[in-house]
Design a protein. Structure first.
Length: 114
């Protein structure tokens, strides 16, 4: 999915009208780490697991073209969620997720259900 001139790869499963479970991978992995968890949750949730920029199947622009900061990654994630129409979700994060998305989660705390 194109986001801010970058390609964000994501995995999705479950009913479109179900509550959203957002899975954010850690370092140095990708959404592939959730390959067994996604189907286990998909009967109760719309599960969405994006690859961060620079990871997995998402774009890997050179450092001259993208600022690989936690804020920049959080901004891409926020724009991605807007693009897929997700306003409310429960978030599950790995080691990289809390650090990269702490500020983002604070900014959008009224959207997170847990």
């Amino acid at each position: 999915m194109p986001i801010n001139g970058l390609e964000v790869f994501y995995r999705e499963a479950g009913p479109k009208d179900a509550p959203v479970m957002l899975l954010l991978h850690g370092y140095p992995t990708s959404s592939h780490m959730f390959r067994h968890l996604i189907p286990a949750l998909a009967d109760q949730y719309r599960v969405i697991a994006p690859d961060h920029i620079g990871f997995g199947r998402s774009s890997t622009p050179p450092v001259e073209a993208f600022s690989y900061t936690f804020d920049a990654l959080a901004d891409v994630t926020s724009a991605f969620l807007h693009a897929v129409g997700v306003m409310k979700y429960t978030v599950y994060v790995q080691d990289y997720g809390p650090r990269s998305h702490g500020g983002w989660l604070w900014r959008v705390q009224n959207r997170s259900r847990g």
